[in-house]
Design a protein around this ligand. Structure first.
Ligand SMILES: O=P(O)(O)OC[C@H]1O[C@H](OP(=O)(O)OP(=O)(O)O)[C@H](O)[C@@H]1O
Ligand SMILES: [Mg+2]
Length: 179
């Protein structure tokens, strides 16, 4: 698995430090609001579990699974809901937890869904942001790291379902997906 990585961008310690900072900021922002924290599966599962441990205010969690990349390094452009929320969002302050914003299509679709369901507010936190990939205008309220224009894996992010368990974020060697 490590042989397939071209370059490590941020290691586990660097990521944990950043997660802690994000958690502190979010704790202040949502003081007294009991937010519903939504993990966008599968990619965000590691970030979500680390992040909520650093948030010091009461919150609720739920999960939504969406997919648009499948076996490719390029978005299909079609965001499919694989698993929906169990919790009604009407009138709730929502914090969406995402691993990466690339084209922006996944999150613009999800925000639209939550607004149509009458969420009171929708706030976005992403651990990684790849602005060069944007196809729609979208900015996270809180972000961890800005990444270069390369396909990355690790810390929850996959290529064809592999590499999610790497404890760092790194660039995948193009020969892995070009062959
Ligand atoms: O901004 P975008 O171009 O939409 O890309 C970001 C989304 O793509 C990935 O999910 P994917 O569809 O690969 O599903 P997964 O989380 O199960 O890997 C990632 O986890 C984000 O949710
Ligand atoms: Mg994926």
């Amino acid at each position: 698995m490590l042989n397939d990585i071209q370059e490590i961008l941020y290691d586990s310690d660097q990521i944990q430090q950043k997660v802690k900072e994000l958690g502190e900021t979010i704790s202040q922002e949502f003081e007294g609001r009991n937010p519903l924290v939504i993990c966008v599966l599968k990619g965000a599962f590691i970030f979500m579990s680390d992040l909520v441990k650093t948030i010091t205010i009461p919150l609720e969690i739920d999960f939504m699974a969406v997919s648009s990349y499948g076996q490719s390094t390029k978005t299909s452009g079609v965001v499919k809901i694989i698993k929906d929320l169990d919790t009604p969002v009407q009138g709730r302050d929502i914090l969406i937890v995402e691993d990466i914003i690339d084209s922006g299509l996944t999150l613009s679709y999800l925000i639209d869904v939550l607004e149509r369901r009458n969420a009171k507010s929708v706030t976005l936190v992403t651990l990684f942001d790849k602005p060069a990939g944007r196809k729609v205008e979208l900015e996270a309220d809180y972000k961890g790291f800005v990444l270069p224009d390369a396909f990355v894996v690790g810390f929850g992010l996959d290529f064809a379902e592999k590499y999610r368990n790497l404890p760092f974020i790194g660039i995948l060697k193009p020969e892995v997906y070009e062959k």
